[in-house]
Write a new protein. Structure first.
Length: 66
């Protein structure tokens, strides 16, 4: 657990990747991953936002097991 934040891949098989897409642990390998974008001014929501966070394998691990 010490220095686990510096891992590039998590889980025993490395499926929690370094880039986080907001949906699942496989990051850039899922081209159809979309997140909800909410516009509070126009009160519109759409499901076509792309999210890519670098160095976020712990976030990828958090959405992994279902």
């Amino acid at each position: 657990m010490i220095n686990a934040v510096f891992n590039f891949r998590n889980f025993w098989d490395g499926r929690a990747r370094n880039e986080f897409n907001g949906v699942n642990p496989i990051g850039d390998l899922d081209p159809f991953a979309r997140v909800l974008i909410s516009d509070t001014v126009l009160r519109k929501t759409k499901l076509n936002g792309n999210l890519r966070l670098e160095n976020s394998s712990l976030a990828s691990q958090a959405v992994g097991p279902r």
